[in-house]
Design a binder for this molecule. Structure first.
Ligand code: PGU
Length: 404
């Protein structure tokens, strides 16, 4: 028999979201009549808007014709889309040939870990999107799990809590090869200002680290003074990769489309351009994003599509406002929801999983336990606002009624 990859055994329980789905199923088996509303996984609910749908549709029709058919595309994505991302989403501060279109930010994270290899060391915000830590564990970068600290010994956890305004103390942060930094942050919803982002870039430059900046929620930033992209910060091109996604802003969670930006200036120690190796990884482990999805995105990035995108985002942010107002009325300490579709809420006197079970049991509302995002998330819940308005309203009504 084949020996199991020992790194798989180091992963703590199942991946967070399937674990939540499992608990939901268990609850429904015990309470078959319960009507659960999910403010749990950050999955979109609103239909893809008309102009973007048209982009998808037209490509499907073309594929059904002899003249319009296309097979494998460029692994890096359609040139037109790469240029349009650079122009419309980055105002030309990066170039099209630095954009690598993909099937999403999650698979790009996994491929980046393969690129960095098993000897790389990583730092993460604590709490953060669990994929950074879990992919690092799978690659064998992490050392052992420390039960007492609820941390992996080989990972640098940068505490981001209300007490430090969700911004890490970099004086206390050890040097690592890679720093994962998600802004606006999942799960806390916190968005950094320009000065803070410059601190992160300067820190990476001093330590000669690579910063992997996850901007999956950047389109939710409504304050024009706040930076959306890492490349708005001087000196970032020599240290930063940006990964991002069409999942949340245009409802492509199921369609699947994202991108990574790897600037030409970013080099490894021996002088090899990082994007040369990324190209090798992309051409070997990935066969290009779906041509249908890419044509949807082309429409999303013209004037009509961008307007639709803004409308979708406003809808979700209004949901976030409804949830925030209600939870504050109930006396909860609530963060986020202004530049991200997530609310981050303290649950005093309870563990995250206890609060998760209580919300599910009493109000039949599914949430995400904060501890699933890292040890500093203990004692918090994350609520997603990516839902139908009527479900959001009903969920908060139920919480107000049942959780007083
Ligand atoms: N990056 C961040 C920070 C995310 O929160 C998510 C999705 C992704 C990347 C994934 O983007 P794709 O482009 O769709 O691959 N986070 C959701 C969904 C859970 C999951 O497992 O991805 C969430 O609820 O946190």
């Amino acid at each position: 028999m084949v020996k199991r990859n020992p790194n798989m055994a180091k992963l703590q329980s199942g991946y967070l979201f399937p674990e939540i789905a499992r608990r939901k199923k268990e609850f429904l088996a015990r309470n078959p009549k319960a009507k659960i509303i999910s403010l749990g996984i950050g999955d979109t609910t609103q239909p893809i808007t008309p102009h973007i749908t048209k982009g998808l549709h037209n490509e499907v029709s073309r594929l059904g014709t002899r003249k319009g058919y296309s097979g494998y595309g460029a692994e890096q994505g359609l040139e037109e889309l790469r240029n349009k991302i650079a122009e419309k989403l980055y105002n030309g501060i990066i170039k099209g040939d630095e954009v690598f279109v993909s099937d999403g930010a999650k698979p790009d994270t996994a491929r980046l870990q393969v690129l960095f290899g098993s000897n790389a060391t990583i730092a993460v915000q604590d709490p953060s999107y669990p994929v950074y830590v879990d992919s690092s564990v799978i690659l064998g970068q992490t050392g052992n799990y420390n039960q007492r600290k609820s941390q992996f010994d080989g990972i640098e956890y940068m505490e981001c809590v209300p007490e430090n305004n969700f911004f890490p103390d970099l004086k206390k942060t050890k040097k690592t090869d890679i720093i994962f930094f998600c802004n606006p942050n999942n799960p806390t919803g916190a968005a950094v200002n320009r000065r803070q982002l410059k601190e992160i870039v300067d820190f990476a430059r001093r330590n000669k680290s690579i910063l992997v900046y996850d901007s999956a929620y950047s389109q939710f930033i409504t304050d024009k003074k706040l930076p959306k992209s890492i490349y708005e910060i001087e000196g970032s091109k020599e240290v930063a990769i940006e990964i991002s996604s069409f999942s949340k802003p245009i409802g492509f969670t199921g369609v699947r489309l994202g991108w990574a930006v790897i600037p030409n200036e970013l080099l490894f120690e021996d002088g090899t351009p990082v994007n040369k190796d990324w190209n090798r990884i992309a051409t070997t482990l990935f066969n290009g994003a779906s041509n249908i999805a890419q044509h949807g995105a082309l429409n999303a990035l013209d004037a009509k599509g961008m307007k639709e995108m803004r409308q979708t985002i406003s809808y979700y942010l209004e949901n976030a406002g409804i949830i925030r107002d209600s939870m504050e009325k109930l006396g909860y300490e609530v963060y986020g929801g202004r530049h991200a579709p997530y609310l981050w809420m303290r649950v005093p006197g309870k563990t995250s999983w206890e609060a998760f079970e209580e919300f599910l049991g009493k109000a039949n509302v599914l949430t995400t336990p904060g501890v699933g995002f890292g040890p500093s998330g203990e004692g918090f819940l994350r609520l997603s606002a990516l839902d139908h308005r009527e479900d959001v309203k009903e969920a908060v009504e139920r919480i107000e009624r049942c959780m007083k």
